[in-house]
Design a protein around this ligand. Structure first.
Ligand code: FES
Length: 105
């Protein structure tokens, strides 16, 4: 079963068993982690679900769409491993994914 190792902006770490077929954002929110705002609910229009992702096999993540890329470009804290967590649907093959919630996004 895939899992998420979530780090909040305050540095708190939490390991979650991930539900397959829903996004990383939904998994985090369902676990009660309120530090991930995700204000638009996954409509890809707010970028408040911005996270830094570490995964052993990045090829298992869906590619970044033009729309996601544009939203990430508008952020101050974009890194190479920045993603919108609402765009990352969990699959069985992912293993453990480290997800750092980016502050002030
Ligand atoms: S929740 Fe708004 S873009 Fe992801």
């Amino acid at each position: 079963m895939p899992s998420l190792l979530v780090t909040t902006p305050s540095g708190k770490r939490q390991q979650l068993e991930a539900t397959i077929g829903i996004s990383i954002m939904e998994n985090i929110r369902n676990a009660g982690v309120v530090e991930l705002a995700a204000l638009c609910g996954g409509c890809r229009c707010c970028a408040t679900c911005h996270v830094y992702v570490e995964i052993e096999r990045p090829d298992l993540l869906p590619p970044i769409s033009d729309e996601e890329n544009d939203l990430l470009d508008a952020l101050d804290h974009r890194r190479d491993n920045s993603r919108l967590s609402c765009q990352l649907v969990v699959t069985a093959e992912m293993g453990t994914v480290s997800v750092e919630i980016v502050p002030e996004t």
